[in-house]
Design a protein around this ligand. Structure first.
Ligand SMILES: *Cc1c(COP(=O)(O)O)cnc(C)c1O
Length: 364
C-alpha cells in the first residue's frame, strides 16, 4: 500500500509538513497561550483576509464545514424570516436540506448544475416575494467546480437590501473576496480548504452589528453561533465547548504560510496556473471538461469520463493512486464525470507529475 500520495481533492487536501508538525504539542483551552496567542490572532487574521478588522468579526465553530453552514443559517434567520436559496449544485441543495431540518422558511431557486444562476430571475423572485429577508448562495460550487457570479448577485442582493449569506467554503483563502466592498453579510468557510489547514472546524465572518442582533434565534445549542461568538468575545478566544486545539494550532501555522506565500492574491495565482496547466494537459490526453472555460474556478475541475467501454473509474483511480495521486469521483447528477482539485500544497511540478501519471494510467 502506498500511503504517501498527493490529494488532488477539494478537502481535506495536501498540507505542508510544517502545518502537520504544529499539531505535535498539547494545549490547554483556558490558557492565554492558546486563547490570546492562537485563537484571537486567527479571528483577527480572518477578518483582515475578508476585508476589515474593524467592521468584521469571526466566530470559529467545531465540526465540518457543514456544521458552520448550519450554525450560520440557524443563527442569522429568525422564525419570521424567509430565505431565498440560489441553488445550482449539491452544496446549494445542502442549504435547502439544512433549512428543512431547521424549519426555516425558504424559497429555492433551482438552476441546472452546469448553468449560471439567472440574475434576472433572481431579481424577479425578489420583486415578487418582498417578504424575503435573506439570500444564500454557494461561491464555488464544488459539485462541478463552477465559480458562481458573486459580484452580480451581491450587487443585486445589496440593492434589494437583503442579508447575503455566502458559502465560500471552497474558495475563501484561494480567491480574493472583500466582504465590505462586495456587500457580503455572512461568509462561511472551513479549516481544511484553501487556507490549507487540517479538518476539524469551520468559521463564520460577519459584521459585529449583524451577529449582535441574533440572540435567541438558534435552533441548536451546539450550533448557536451567537453564543459561541459571545463566549469568544467576552473571554477573549475561549470556545464554549472543547475546541479542536491541535487543528486550531495547525490552522494558525497555515495562516502564517498563506502570508509568506504572498497572501490570497499569490495563492489565487498559483491555483489558477495549476488549473490551466491541468486543463490544457488533460485536453492533450483526450479528456473534455464538463463546463466551458468561462465558468471554471481555479479550485476544482470536472472532466467527462472517457466514453470507452473499458473505462472504469475505480480502476483508473487505483492506478493513479498507485502512482501517487488521489483524484475525486464526480458529483454531477446527470453526467458521468470525475473531478481533479488543485488546491492545497500543490505546485506546477505536481500537476506535471499527475499528467504523466494519467498518461500512464490510461489503459483504454
Ligand atoms: C466542502 C464544502 C462544504 C462542506 O464541507 P464539509 O466539511 O464536508 O461539511 C460546503 N460547501 C462547499 C461549497 C464545499 O466545498
Amino acid at each position: 500500500m502506498k500511503n504517501n500520495y498527493l490529494l488532488l481533492t477539494p478537502g481535506p487536501l495536501s498540507t505542508s509538513k510544517t502545518v502537520k508538525e504544529a499539531m505535535l504539542q498539547d494545549w490547554c483551552t483556558w490558557d492565554d497561550d492558546y486563547n490570546l496567542e492562537v485563537v484571537e490572532k486567527i479571528r483577527t487574521q480572518l477578518c483582515s483576509l475578508a476585508g476589515s478588522t474593524e467592521l468584521l468579526t469571526a466566530t470559529l465553530m467545531q465540526g465540518s464545514g457543514t456544521a458552520s453552514v448550519e450554525a450560520a443559517l440557524g443563527t442569522f434567520t429568525s422564525r419570521k424570516d424567509t430565505l431565498l436559496v440560489i441553488n445550482n449544485g449539491a452544496y446549494g441543495a445542502r442549504i435547502n436540506q439544512i433549512s428543512d431540518y431547521l424549519n426555516i422558511n425558504f424559497i429555492s431557486l433551482d438552476f441546472a448544475e452546469t448553468h449560471y444562476p439567472d440574475i434576472d430571475l433572481i431579481e424577479q423572485t425578489l420583486q415578487e416575494n418582498p417578504h424575503i429577508s435573506h439570500v444564500a448562495m454557494v461561491h464555488c460550487e464544488t459539485t462541478t467546480g463552477m465559480l458562481n457570479p458573486l459580484e452580480a448577485v451581491a450587487e443585486l442582493v445589496t440593492r434589494y437590501n437583503k442579508t447575503f449569506i455566502l458559502d465560500a467554503m471552497s474558495s475563501f483563502g484561494g480567491i480574493p473576496i472583500d466582504m465590505i466592498k462586495l456587500g457580503v453579510d455572512v461568509l462561511i468557510s472551513s479549516s481544511n480548504k484553501c487556507i490549507q489547514g487540517v479538518p476539524g472546524f469551520g468559521f463564520v465572518i460577519c459584521k459585529d452589528s449583524l451577529i449582535s442582533q441574533c440572540q435567541g434565534n438558534a435552533r441548536s445549542l451546539s450550533l448557536d453561533l451567537y453564543e459561541q461568538w459571545q463566549t469568544m468575545e467576552q473571554n477573549r478566544g475561549k470556545w464554549r465547548f472543547t475546541s479542536p486545539t491541535h487543528v486550531v494550532r495547525a490552522f494558525s501555522q497555515a495562516l502564517i504560510e498563506l502570508e509568506s506565500e504572498g497572501g490570497i492574491a499569490a495563492r489565487y495565482n498559483r491555483y489558477k496556473s495549476n488549473q490551466s496547466l491541468l486543463v490544457n494537459g488533460m485536453k492533450e490526453l483526450g479528456f473534455e471538461t464538463l463546463l466551458p472555460a468561462l465558468f471554471h474556478s481555479p479550485i476544482i475541475t470536472s472532466f467527462y469520463s472517457p466514453n470507452e467501454p473499458e473505462y472504469d473509474f475505480k480502476q483508473f483511480y487505483e492506478r493513479l493512486k498507485s502512482l501517487g495521486y488521489v483524484i475525486y469521483p464526480g458529483k454531477v447528477s446527470d453526467a458521468d464525470c470525475f473531478r481533479i482539485g488543485n488546491i492545497g500544497e500543490v505546485y506546477q511540478k505536481d500537476i506535471e507529475g499527475l499528467l504523466q501519471a494519467v498518461y500512464e494510467a490510461k489503459y483504454w
